[in-house]
Write a protein that binds this ligand. Structure first.
Ligand SMILES: C[S@@+](CC[C@H](N)C(=O)[O-])C[C@H]1O[C@@H](n2cnc3c(N)ncnc32)[C@H](O)[C@@H]1O
Length: 247
């Protein structure tokens, strides 16, 4: 990981607005936040601020955290009234506390090692008020790995305003750190002559989780699980977890 969120941050910003429906994402979160009377939120892996601008418009107190400055720079333009901070949730600490932390857009997939995930969840716990909530989506390993062949190649087309993109992805099982796979992707953009020109590539290892695995990680880091709901997203099915800080 890095190029998609650094050199290609603007490409991410444009392509993912055609992959994720951020209005629906916002409505989904808003419903759960309102049901739990949440006023202040920290979003972990806030990316380019597409949820931030909607949450700020809905009057939540908001802080967005992201590992990459390039994503934060776009987020600041996209949601100028929101606050953002650059940092890694595995080491991020601050004294201000929130009613709720959300990890959105499957950002938890990048915490591929048990230690990193435990460190991240412990830090999130410290960022919450007593009884505070953690909500996040995670790719469902039980569904994905039943149909995952050793290697999977796919092509995606996306258009945002006048920009037309193509992405060719290769997903290869690695299973080094749990339900993980290697994702190599090459990005193309249509040039003025109408041809797709290569503009960059990215390599990431991603992790899906079973419900039991995440329940254990939450229990080890001071949370109790409140609910798991199925959540539709692009490409693969997700689970949505709601947990409460209990210590
Ligand atoms: C798939 S993107 C999702 C972005 C945004 N939530 C959205 O829905 O568009 C994953 C984001 O997680 C961020 N990220 C990955 N690892 C992180 C970490 N350890 N700490 C903070 N952010 C991280 C990446 O920089 C990236 O912006």
């Amino acid at each position: 990981m890095s190029k998609l969120y650094t050199n290609l941050a603007n490409v991410y910003h444009e392509i993912y607005q055609t992959l994720f429906n951020y209005d629906e994402e916002f409505e989904f979160y808003d419903e759960h936040l309102k049901a739990n009377k949440i006023e202040s939120i920290i979003e972990i892996g806030c990316g380019t601020g597409n949820l931030a601008k909607r949450l700020i418009t809905a009057n939540y107190q908001y802080l967005g955290l992201d590992l990459f400055q390039e994503m934060i720079d776009i987020a600041r333009q996209n949601a100028p009234k929101a606050q953002f901070v650059n940092g890694d949730i595995r080491s991020f600490k601050q004294t201000k506390k929130f009613d709720c932390a959300i990890i959105t857009g499957r950002s938890i997939s990048y915490l591929t090692e048990n230690k990193g995930l435990i460190d991240g969840l412990k830090n999130i716990n410290q960022l919450l008020n007593i009884g505070g909530l953690l909500m996040f989506d995670a790719i469902d390993a039980s569904k994905l790995f039943l149909t995952f062949e050793n290697e999977k190649v796919d092509e995606l087309m996306a258009s945002f305003k006048d920009n037309h993109y193509k992405r060719i992805s290769n997903n290869r099982i690695n299973l080094q750190n749990g339900w993980t796979w290697d994702w190599t992707s090459v990005y193309f953009k249509k040039n003025i002559d109408g041809f797709f020109e290569e503009i960059g590539n990215d390599f990431s290892t991603l992790r899906a989780f079973t419900q039991d695995e995440l329940t254990l990680f939450l229990n080890l880091t001071g949370f109790e699980l409140i609910d798991i709901l199925p959540k539709k997203s692009y490409a693969w099915d997700d689970n949505f977890f709601i947990a409460r800080k209990i210590k």
